[in-house]
Design a protein around this ligand. Structure first.
Ligand code: PEP
Length: 252
């Protein structure tokens, strides 16, 4: 991964169908024509059944594909109904995987399963979009930094290939709410995350992303955050129009 790229990562959650190939084609066409000179990387994370279909149809150096989750079982194949291994993901065209999203934590992921998922993805050379973020209550109690540190230390082992890990700070209270943190708050969080990653893992230049209600308007202030290497975008990534507007305003 180039350290200078800005990442625009689309988390489609439980949305999308084969017909939505047009959204990705529109975006690809637009960035090829309008943003050639900018060093950016678009990663689409649709529901798993769509990854192979999209990856076969879209051959673009700007667009990659990822999964929204992966099995915590450390096997390529096996009797694990409903599970999808890192190996299967890789073979279906995924280069990235989101791990630790707050919606998956709510559905049962814990520090241990997240650690297993990260280790499996790391072994299979998938690039990991590791989501961390505090709840509204934790934020109100001024525990955000403590929680973020705990989420990192409890799930990341020292021997990982940190070049393949993107850290997505997604405050839970911002996801899907239209509310984003203040610039000063984000600056503080990002600088603390850098300190934690240097101190505990000797990662000097971690790739830090912000996620939570990113849209074409608030990208104007979010792009001012130093050390922010990109964005994880849910609702506003579902249509090419909204997604393109974000990228366009980022570079304007
Ligand atoms: C997300 O769930 O990863 C996310 C960022 O969602 P939204 O942009 O819709 O807040």
């Amino acid at each position: 991964m180039s350290s200078k790229s800005t990442y625009f990562i689309a988390n489609w959650k439980m949305n999308g169908s084969p017909k939505d190939l047009i959204q990705i084609k529109n975006l690809d066409f637009f960035i090829k024509n309008r943003f050639k000179k900018h060093n950016k990387l678009i990663v689409y994370c649709p529901p798993q059944p769509l990854i192979a279909y999209f990856a076969k149809k879209i051959r673009s150096k700007n667009i990659k594909f990822g999964s929204q989750d992966v099995s915590n079982n450390n096997f390529a194949f096996g009797a694990f109904t409903g599970e999808v291994s890192s190996h299967i993901l890789k073979n279906s065209g995924a280069e990235y995987v989101i791990i630790g999203h707050s919606e998956k934590r709510l559905a049962g992921d814990n520090y241990n399963t997240i650690k297993q998922k990260i280790n499996n993805a790391n072994q299979n050379k998938l690039k990991i979009i590791f989501c961390i973020g505090e709840s509204l209550k934790e934020n109100k109690n001024k525990n955000s930094l403590l929680i973020l540190k705990k989420q990192i230390l409890a799930s990341l082992e020292k021997g990982l290939n940190f070049k393949n890990i993107l850290f997505a700070y997604e405050p839970v209270w911002s996801i899907g709410t239209g509310i984003i943190p203040s610039q000063s708050y984000l600056i503080k969080v990002f600088s603390e995350l850098k300190k934690i990653l240097i101190r505990h893992y000797s990662v000097k230049s971690p790739k830090l992303l912000y996620g939570g209600s990113v849209n074409a308007q608030n990208i104007q202030s979010l792009k001012m955050i130093p050390n922010c290497n990109g964005y994880l975008i849910g609702g506003a990534s579902l249509t090419s129009k909204n997604f393109i507007d974000i990228i366009q305003n980022y570079y304007s």
